[in-house]
Ligand binder design. Sequence first.
Ligand code: FFO
Ligand code: GTP
Ligand code: MG
Length: 451
Amino acid sequence: MINADTIAAPITPLVTSPVITLRISGSDALKVYSLMEKGGKSINISDIKSNYVSLYRFNIKKENLHDDVLAVFFKAPHSFTGEDVVEISFHGNPVLVNAALSAIYSLNIRPAEGGEFSKRAFLNGKIDLTQAESIQELIYAKSIEGINSAYNQLQGSLKYELDSIKNRLLKMKAVMEAKIDFPDEDTVDEELPVLKQDCENILSVTGCLISSYKSYRNANRGLEIVIAGKPNVGKSSLMNAFLKEERAIVSDTPGTTRDFIKESLYIGGIPVHLTDTAGIRLSDENIEQIGIGKSRQKIETADIVLLLLDVSIPLTEEDYNILEDTKNSNRIIIGNKLDITDNKSYDKADIYISAKTGINIDELLEILREKTSLYDNEIKSNAAAITERHHNILINIKEIIEKINLSLGIYPIDMLCIDLERAINLLSEITGDNYTEKVLDIVFSSFCIGK
Ligand SMILES: Nc1nc2c(c(=O)[nH]1)N(C=O)[C@@H](CNc1ccc(C(=O)N[C@@H](CCC(=O)O)C(=O)O)cc1)CN2
Ligand SMILES: Nc1nc2c(ncn2[C@@H]2O[C@H](COP(=O)(O)OP(=O)(O)OP(=O)(O)O)[C@@H](O)[C@H]2O)c(=O)[nH]1
Ligand SMILES: [Mg+2]
């Protein structure tokens, strides 16, 4: 265990609330009992049993303030951080708790930095880096699936998967090293297909983990859905129909929407960020052109494009241009204004609706639900790459293994061994088996105080 300062911070928001809890972690944590009494008597530290909650009176001498608190002691190494930990719950008055914190700081205990408790849990071997990151993900997850997936990583499923890849790489390395040490033995040709098979297996697992990132991200942070189409086809009307309120301005003047409008809703349990864009057309007007430029950008980065056509009138070149521009997007082609036409001007749409009267809006939502549930199902598999850090390192590993796979039998085995070593080190970087201060900074700097 590392020998470090004793630190303290609120682990609940420091705002007016029923209860505010402080956490103190480190070898001097028990000192805080000197600020408390029970039944009018000061507390003998040797009487404190770990893992038992007890009621005390907390005294802040300087301000002559008192509070009845619940406190619990976790004895090292059996605590969240692996150090001695005391948690104290006060009545939720921030002024009171700030005064209590000052009293605690006067005991040679200092304020904890953001993420410092989790960092200590990592440094003391309580959790690996993927588990530390999953705590952050768990807190911010925006869907049931996202929470589930983050919890799975907290339980160690990603760590487990990465460890198993690492073990396979280490075995491959042993085989290759034997080859280098005993080059005369003619087992090369026997080993080659086995090594290749190992590469294939590892590539398949890393491929799954890499694609799990996008699904996880979508389930957790949400899908970007963009409503696109030329002016006046009814994009803002469709936005309003989804939201069931008059959110976006609707008018029969083409070019009404200038800037994009974004709202979030849930479709089939997945958070969806819906954007209404400025209608795309050739325009000499500066402000409208800026809006149109933004629309094009939004379309390019969207997870799903809802391409709207006004099928009550003949399509124009502008419609055909947008159809062409979005042909590689994950799109739904929607024929709008079904209420005022019997004679649709386009017969290849995925669905026909009326944004104005609500015809087939539920059916459109059903199509969207099917599309979003695809993402939903993908993250049911347990291990997932949940941060951009995991994702980028895994891509790196996959490239290295691909290279090794192609080079086996062609390049000298000692060269491939060096690549293999790099892949193994990268895996250790994800879990934190090998870490640098820089990696720890990347992981823990986004954590809030108290985590
Ligand atoms: N009050 C409180 N609630 C909390 C936390 C906390 O730290 N304090 N947590 C923090 O984020 C989460 C729970 N996570 C925790 C994980 C491990 C240990 C812990 O003490 N582990 C010891 C003992 C295990 C045992 O008794 O079975 C250990 O691993 O050795 C505590 C909380 C959510 N709720
Ligand atoms: N009859 C009928 N009219 C509709 C329908 N949807 C939209 N409209 C009308 O079409 C006109 C344009 O609608 P908007 O929703 O503002 O169209 P938009 O695509 O957002 O237009 P811009 O913002 O200019 O790009 C308005 O007069 C709407 O009332 C529909 O399903 N049926
Ligand atoms: Mg509009």
